[in-house]
Design a protein around this ligand. Structure first.
Ligand SMILES: O=P(O)(O)OC[C@H]1O[C@H](OP(=O)(O)OP(=O)(O)O)[C@H](O)[C@@H]1O
Ligand SMILES: O=c1cc[nH]c(=O)[nH]1
Length: 214
């Protein structure tokens, strides 16, 4: 198996606004996370006797950008191992506890692999981990979709400021931020190019997504 790439170097010192990850950094971080997922799926099999390994793994992306991220991780795992990994998406909108604060938005698709998630290792995938409220909502959404054997969390960027006892199992990049800053993840599938920025934007103001942006 190829060696996991070294951690990405940030181009902005922690907390300073600017480019946190370039396109090349994003690719390197995704590759490293894919290697970590491969190793963890293998060691989980040894620890608890589950016989699935990567076949047991389902990557479930949290829209918006968690969905393409999950697909990329699956593609890289397949490139490294030759094994196809199941991918899905789980819309969390109706499970949020802060819907009234955030305003109305269109629902995104929830799509699970044919084999479902019962008894499997589900790794939730998101671009940013901040308060933890999106992940909490995703856990509630999963409860309505099946009963995984284990649920883990993979995020591209952990920026701190948790409001709930939630911790990621796989983190692409930890970045200290002030609460008022924003971490903006741009992915080619949605935004035309890969890039992660730290901005001094207003909290609670979201960038337009997909069709809204065009
Ligand atoms: O830990 P939290 O405080 O929940 O913040 C993280 C979430 O915020 C962003 O999503 P957002 O809700 O802005 O929607 P988007 O993914 O559609 O941009 C991001 O994609 C995470 O899902
Ligand atoms: O900074 C943040 C906070 C929540 N969600 C994001 O995408 N960025």
């Amino acid at each position: 198996m190829a060696r996991a790439p070294e951690p990405a170097r940030s181009t902005a010192p922690g907390g300073a606004p600017g480019t946190l990850l370039t396109s090349a950094d994003v690719a390197r971080v995704v590759d490293r996370m894919a290697h970590q997922l491969i190793e963890r799926a293998a060691s989980g099999r040894a620890e608890d006797g589950a016989d699935g390994g990567l076949a047991d793994l389902v990557l479930v992306g949290i829209p918006t950008r968690g969905a393409p991220l999950a697909r990329r991780l699956a593609a890289r795992i397949e490139a490294f191992t030759g094994t196809r990994v199941d991918v899905g998406t789980a819309d969390i909108t109706l499970y949020r506890d802060d819907l009234r604060l955030r305003g109305v938005r269109a629902l995104e698709p929830t799509v699970l692999p044919d084999a479902g998630i019962d008894g499997r290792l589900v790794v939730l995938v998101d671009d940013v981990l901040f308060s933890g409220r999106s992940v909490r909502a995703a856990l509630d959404a999963l409860r309505d979709l099946g009963r995984p054997r284990v649920v883990q969390l993979a995020v591209l960027v952990d920026r701190g400021h948790r409001e709930l006892p939630i911790k990621a199992d796989f983190v692409g990049k930890n970045v200290p931020t002030s609460r008022s800053q924003q971490v903006r993840v741009h992915l080619a599938e949605i935004d035309g190019a890969d890039e992660v920025l730290v901005t001094d934007g207003e909290p609670g103001v979201r960038e337009p997504r997909g069709e809204e942006a065009r």
